[in-house]
Design a protein. Structure first.
Length: 260
């Protein structure tokens, strides 16, 4: 926090950040990054302008107004001074001090001594502001504050196995039965025979169409229709099944040379 703020402003704003933690949860962060502006003794209190960068992102809470219940005993005043902060859309603008009509014209608020900073609860009762008491207990800190720690237990050498059995456990053994290498799929002889038969059918159909056009003066349009019909016929599953059977029959009738 900038040293350009007075001690009174710093202490009051610390209490204010706790008092308004639900209304302006980033109040402490705004004050940490702010600069002091105009200061004025109003005659019955004080006014301190606080300049926060307009580029600083704010929290989702965007309250507007004057808030806070922080009080402090300032100088020789018999009654406390009440402090509030002015917010606009959640942005900190100023710190106001109200002495409840007490004359403050002779007080230098930049150097005046003060004490008994407190806030008011919902019932209007005074609650002393103690930053140390507001800190949440730390289980880790409490764990290290006692001196009855258990002595470190020596490592049991019987539980440490550094022989061949430990090396066998650390090193993953190779499997005794390895997976066989993938076998490339063999070509389907029926499929090859069907393809050969189809090629033969199309060659024969092409020869017949050529002879029909040359010698029988058949229309080319009719030949194309016949070719389309033949192609549709050959794609039917029933015809494919018949071709497969024919291909297997031809394979059984194939004459194979003897090994002698």
């Amino acid at each position: 926090m900038s040293d350009r703020f007075t001690r009174l402003e710093r202490e009051v704003m610390a209490a204010m950040a706790h008092d308004l933690r639900h209304i302006a949860p980033d109040l402490a962060g705004q004050f940490e990054e702010s600069l002091p502006g105009t200061r004025r003794n109003t005659g019955s209190g004080l006014f301190s302008e606080i300049i926060v960068s307009s580029r600083r992102p704010l929290s989702a809470e965007r309250a507007t107004g004057v808030f806070g219940t922080v009080h402090a005993m300032v100088g020789d005043l018999p009654d406390p001074v009440a402090f509030q902060v002015e917010l606009r859309q959640g942005r900190l603008l100023a710190l106001h001090g109200d002495a409840y009509g007490q004359d403050t014209r002779g007080i230098d608020f930049e150097r005046v001594p003060f004490d008994q900073v407190f806030t008011l609860n919902d019932q209007g009762e005074s609650v002393a502001f103690d930053p140390a008491a507001l800190m949440r207990p730390s289980p880790l800190l409490a764990l290290h504050q006692h001196d009855d720690h258990d002595p470190a237990q020596p490592e049991d050498p019987r539980l440490v196995n550094r022989g061949p059995l430990q090396r066998l456990q650390d090193e993953r053994p190779q499997p005794l039965v390895r997976d066989p290498p993938p076998v490339a799929p063999e070509a389907d002889p029926d499929r090859e025979a069907v393809q050969s038969l189809l090629i033969g059918i199309w060659v024969a159909a092409g020869a017949v169409a050529l002879l029909a056009v040359l010698f029988a003066r058949a229309s080319v349009f009719l030949v194309m229709i016949a070719a389309f019909w033949l192609g549709a016929l050959l794609r039917k599953p029933m015809v494919r099944t018949a071709l497969a059977r024919a291909a297997r029959s031809l394979g059984r009738l194939e004459v194979r040379p003897s090994d002698s």
